[in-house]
Write a protein that binds this ligand. Sequence first.
Ligand code: MN
Ligand code: MN
Length: 458
Amino acid sequence: MEIKNAWKKYNEDELNKLEELNKSYRDFLDRGKTERECVVEIVKQAENAGYRNLDGIIRGKESLKEGDKVYSVWMNKSIALFIIGKAPICEGMNILGAHIDSPRLDIKQNPLYEDTEIAYLDTHYYGGIKKYQWVTIPLAIHGVVVKTNGEVINIVLGEDDNDPVVFISDLLIHLSQEQLEKKASKVIDGEDLNVTIGSIPLKDEDKEPVKKNILKLIKEKYNFEEEDFLSAELEVVPAGRAREAGMDKSMILAYGQDDRVCAYTSFAAMLEFDKVERTACCILVDKEEIGSVGATGMRSHFFENIVAEILDRMGESSDLALRRTLANSRMLSSDVSAAFDPIYASAFEKKNAAYFGKGMVFNKFTGSRGKSGSNDANAEYVAFVRGVMEKHGVTYQTAELGKVDLGGGGTIAYILATYGMNVIDSGVAVLNMHAPWEAVSKADVYETKKGYVAFLKE
Ligand code: MN
Ligand code: MN
């Protein structure tokens, strides 16, 4: 059962390919720090690779045939890409799925206030975070403000070298005797995650002069009013680029690798194909971190609707054809796994943990305390996937998320499984998951992409 460290098997040619993939992955992370930014970047790269927007094909009443490459975007936050295969689509698709939302701090609808001549933006965190990790680090603001006339203002503040960053303050150690007695979950209160945004008062202004000065700057730079925060989606994320980590440059330290490491590698695998035997599909969705809810989450019917539209363009518009296509599909539902951390070894069960450098991770099941909420793939399907990985020389490992009674987590796998299709959780091992800066092994990124390519071939 011993799995060799993948780094040991690479020759120079393979190491070059590994570095090339990891370089494009870092670029993707830098361009896509929100689900919306990820969708924009994927559409750009997909169109360069010959993918066409399904909307145009539907409007033009064109038909789809083998080798056609199409994509469909839902509300600017989720995307599905397809390569039409040679085999009848009702025999099922090979689906790669991952999510492109990540834990962060969302700015509240009425966020801007001033206290003691400092201006703040109030936030509500999104997804599971250790709140104490988000104070005193440089933060950036990404997102959109939508005006009542429909105009969309795109905002990225804090990423350019000439941009200012924002931050959340923490109490100095010298006065922290009481704070340090608190439980870690209470050290920083959710309501205290207030982003410091300014401290210059507007001259000749008595009431809230610092806030008014910020509003003046907002008007000059972005041309919106305080009321427009009401219809905004602004996300506060760690400022700065994805970096190589370790003196041997074996790792990547970056924000949002849960789950963009699986999203990017799934998409990169799609880009390697022009023709496929079974129709290939890649779905990258929003809202996983808050339960796959909402119109852009996996539980929304948007994916089923898109597949129905595709079938319609292939002359297969019956409900039965849709059901057959989905039920006969197979899926790698990818999300990050917890990488074994020797410093916190007691949280893991060593025989069933994921390790850096040991390749793509498969989780037969996830869930928490008694597999609750888990997909739990069939043994027959696990055997099929093992066979595919072994045939194509992919280094892979199997894992559970930590010790049985310690906790757990969900993914999108169980949702697609409701169609009756075979689904298994897979992905990449991550250290300090959900922290502002998460770490992965470049070898695992490389092996996982290889795994996706192998899956699409079969
Ligand atoms: Mn995830
Ligand atoms: Mn997560």
